[in-house]
Design a protein around this ligand. Structure first.
Ligand code: MEV
Length: 331
């Protein structure tokens, strides 16, 4: 079961997709190892309408300057009439919280709806192709979460297969993990970073002689962490989050600002780690039961921008109200 298709819809229309945080296995997943990714309730929404001149948020030059937008139009709107596209996002940009994957999934859902609708498995491939085409490196984990919603394990233990991806000699199978009904707290350090640069730097680090044994460790921790989420074992999840963070430090993508956020939250959390590409970006922590606001306050006092987040189970979807009538909550 990979979810409902995106139906056909006439312009104007609006589509949205959730941001994400990675609980285990970022970077290692690029090399085919397991990851657990969670779609979170911070959405990116795109409104699409026909217009005399093509624009993205009012910018007529975006098709040359924004590679995600350009790739989406090239792949999913070839020869189409000009479009006015407006984006509203609650996901901070370049923060490790999946803003580019959510944008890729939302614009792919909207353009696909305007061209007759699409099955969700095909939408996952389209969103990955947009992000991969724009970014040049990476795994399909972020876009799978933006399209599929909820908790997804890539190349790890799990239930039903939701999506499958292949690229060269690598392949990824995304499986559903049930929601243990926990709140998480993510906090952005305020330091934007480039996913592509971080992925390339970690790739070079993993090419050193101890790279294979580090990848084995990433795999062991991710498998144990995924099993702990499946077993709703908070203490074990906390230990695996901390262990995964230590490994990410070893491959060079932690940062003093991330360490400061985790240290600030320590008393109120079961465990925590950087999330996403690192080298800046964000952290995710599993709070002690009922202490999510305290964890958020502690990280805000340490200079972070915190969000208490819950899973977004649906993934990418069309927004039913006509675009002009939507109220978008301010961040
Ligand atoms: C970025 O959110 C996660 C990375 O593993 C890159 C990727 O999987 O594409 C660092």
């Amino acid at each position: 079961m990979s979810g409902d298709p995106i139906p056909a819809a006439a312009l104007p229309l609006a589509a949205r997709a959730p941001g994400k945080c990675i609980l285990f296995g970022e970077h290692a997943v690029v090399h085919g190892r397991p990851e657990l990714v969670l779609a979170i309730d911070l959405p990116v929404q795109v409104g699409i309408r026909a217009a005399p001149v093509g624009r993205l948020n009012g910018d007529p030059d975006a098709s040359t300057t924004n590679p995600y937008y350009r790739t989406a139009l090239e792949r999913l709107w070839p020869g189409g009439a000009p479009l006015e596209i407006r984006v509203n996002s609650r996901v901070p940009r370049a923060a490790g919280l999946g803003s580019s994957a959510a944008f890729s999934a939302a614009i792919a859902a909207g353009l696909s709806a305007a061209r007759g609708g699409v099955a969700r498995t095909e939408l996952a491939e389209r969103a990955f192709a947009i992000e991969r085409g724009a970014q040049g490196v990476g795994s399909p984990g972020d876009t799978a979460a933006a399209v599929g919603g909820g908790y997804l394990s890539l190349n790890g233990p799990g239930g039903d297969t939701v999506f499958q991806f292949a690229e060269g000699d690598r392949s990824w199978t995304a499986r559903r993990i049930p929601d243990p009904s926990w709140s998480w707290v993510v906090a952005y350090s305020g330091l934007p970073r480039s996913t592509a640069d971080a992925v390339r730097a970690v790739g070079r680090r993993l090419a050193e002689p101890d790279g294979p044994s580090l990848l084995e460790e990433f795999q062991r921790v991710a498998e144990e962490g995924i099993a702990a989420v499946q077993g709703e074992d908070r203490a074990a999840v906390g230990r695996c989050l901390d262990a995964n963070h230590a490994l990410l430090g070893k491959v060079g993508v932690s940062h003093p600002r991330l360490e400061a956020l985790l240290a600030a939250a320590r008393e109120s959390m079961v465990g925590g780690k950087l999330t996403g590409a690192g080298a800046g970006g964000s952290v995710v922590v599993l709070p002690l039961p009922g202490r999510e606001l305290e964890a958020a306050r502690r990280m805000a006092r340490a200079g972070g921008l915190p969000f208490v987040v819950r899973p977004e189970p649906r993934g990418a979807s069309l927004v039913s109200a006509p675009p002009d009538e939507q109220v978008v909550e301010p961040p």
